[in-house]
Ligand binder design. Sequence first.
Ligand code: UT7
Length: 333
Amino acid sequence: MPTLNTVAGAKHARIYSVGSYRPRRAVTNAEVCELIDSSDEWIRERSGITERRWAGEGESVVYMAAEAAKVAIERAGISASDVGLIMLATVSHPYAFPSAAVEVGDLIGARGAPAFDLSAACAGFCFGVGMAADLIRGGSAKFIVVVGVERLTDYVDKHDRGTAFIFADGAGAVVIGPSETAGIGPTVWGGDGSQKDAITVSASMTDYRDGIVSEYPTTVMAGQQVFRWAVGEMPKAINQALEIAGITAADLDVFIPHQANNRITDALVRALDLPEKVKVARDIITTGNTSAASIPLAMDAMLQSGEAKSGDTALLVGFGSGLVHAAQVVTLP
Ligand code: UT7
């Protein structure tokens, strides 16, 4: 049997840059409440959300992802031809194939780069960051674009008071590349398919086609079940991510959890006993819950506003439909 060659990549990886795209149309709670029996007060109190962005004409998953990726590539100081892989986390691209990622590669001028979509719902971005770091260290690519993008409004019933006010649209992207020092800690991740029904789609497209269901499939969520799971299980994953990165909560500058619900963020901050100095992402207030896009959107907003700065140590945690989760410590670009 011949001995096969293997390759090794950079010693470490880091995030070079982040970019994002927010849909043009801001939608207030009052507008959402035109279709559901709810109120601005209830939505603010139970989720923290005051408004969100809904994608309109032309703002497809592919378009939003490409816009975010272009910004990230420019800020990274590389050219599109340097991109060695595009990994796109989404659950709302309306085509089963080809991937949104490969179309994004064409739009941004990264022709020839391998590209694929990854389906890990609200944990998708952190799945991508972890895999990108490992692929760079393994020598499979030098620069990787990781995108989190959603157009969830295509899969939400605007008359469903359990989901209509919370989910929204947008895109965020990072460029990850080689580094002399460790800029991405090990990823703690997991999945529990026994809770697959906690957030799912009401029916398959084939059931809809065959008339087994008459309503177009939309998101159904057991909100309280997901809430309890997130608050109960995520502190464990986060503490493991801190431990294997070799740091403690006292070393953190920034906490960017998936923007699921501002009360989940509050509960995580309490459970982790985060020091006061740690800046906490609250992008959900004006952006809603954008699933795979929420962490890079929040990261970009915090860096652009000056609330967080380049070189800060940040803890990321994504969690959602599956149920799946992923957490890691990173150095902000
Ligand atoms: O991103 C992926 C992961 N997803 C999440 O992490 C979401 C996790 N879940 C949540 O964020 C929360 O469960 C929601 C924000 C979705 C709902 O908040 P909640 O505090 O869990 O509400 P609930 O479902 O327990 O309902 C409480 C009450 C009920 O009334 P009663 O039975 O107490 O009289 C509901 O009927 O609020 C009522 N209610 C509403 N009232 C006004 C439920 N939805 C609404 C609504 N407006 N939209």
